[in-house]
Design a protein around this ligand. Structure first.
Ligand code: MN
Length: 243
């Protein structure tokens, strides 16, 4: 019998869904990719201009080297000032964000969200391959087209600055929603709670140079950049987390 990682995880997903809990096999290595202080920006996995024409090079450069870099620096400053005991991971901090300052919440979210955002994109992305994630999108969100419509609606109805998300809820079901500012579903203060597997930045700094006020065009085009293979990996990571 052919047993591979995908079949193993699918079996685990089905078992976990039936029982309403995450299978222990998938929780065993939950700490493998937690972010620990001091926090650093991962290198951008492509050149600034690689996402053209959907996102222009200058927007990417300013976004990565100025906006996102500032969140990372300010997170490290807040962490040094506020964490007195132990070495909580970034996820630990976000899950207890209400116990920390707004500086920690805004910049911890800002760092986490952007690190995910860069990975969610790739040059010539956009195709959702057959696999675990596609099956979950079909099961929980009604398929690709409905998912796209719901995520677009979440992005378009987020007033002001914020994020649209696909996330795993506490029952390990995919959900779509949005958060203001740099909040995300990991935060105890967030009305939507779970593990983010895809984040779409709808702050104007993400699109204004090319799209000005046309958020709808940015969001529509953005689907052509999505690295669904990475999103599927994030989905698997979410399964390992205790939420
Ligand atoms: Mn941003």
């Amino acid at each position: 019998m052919k047993t591979n990682r995908r079949n193993f995880i699918r079996t685990g997903v089905l078992a976990g869904t039936a029982l309403g809990i995450a299978p222990t096999q998938l929780m065993a290595s939950s700490s493998e990719d937690l972010q620990l202080a001091p926090f650093k920006q991962a290198p951008l996995p492509y050149a600034y201009g690689a996402l053209e024409p959907i996102i222009d090079a200058m927007t990417m450069e300013i976004h990565y080297t100025k906006h996102a870099a500032a969140y990372t620096k300010n997170l490290n400053d807040a962490y040094a000032a506020e964490v007195k005991n132990g070495q909580p991971s970034l996820e630990d901090i976000l899950k207890n964000s209400s116990n920390y300052s707004m500086k920690m919440r805004n910049n911890g979210g800002g760092h986490f969200n952007h690190e995910l955002f860069w990975k969610c994109m790739q040059p010539s992305g956009g195709a959702l391959q057959d696999g675990l994630l596609k099956e979950a999108i079909q099961r929980d969100l009604g398929g690709y087209d409905q998912m796209k419509n719901k995520l677009t609606e979440a992005a378009m109805t987020r007033f002001g600055s914020g994020w649209a998300w696909i996330y795993l809820d506490n029952n390990k079901r995919l959900q779509i929603g949005s958060t203001p500012n740099q909040d995300n579903p990991l935060m105890d203060a967030s009305p939507i709670k779970g593990f983010p597997i895809l984040g779409l930045d709808v702050w104007e700094h993400a699109y204004y140079l090319k799209y000005q006020n046309r958020r709808a065009d940015y969001v529509s085009n953005w689907f052509g950049l999505v690295n669904w293979k990475m999103v599927e990996q994030q989905y698997e990571t979410g399964w390992k987390r205790t939420l």
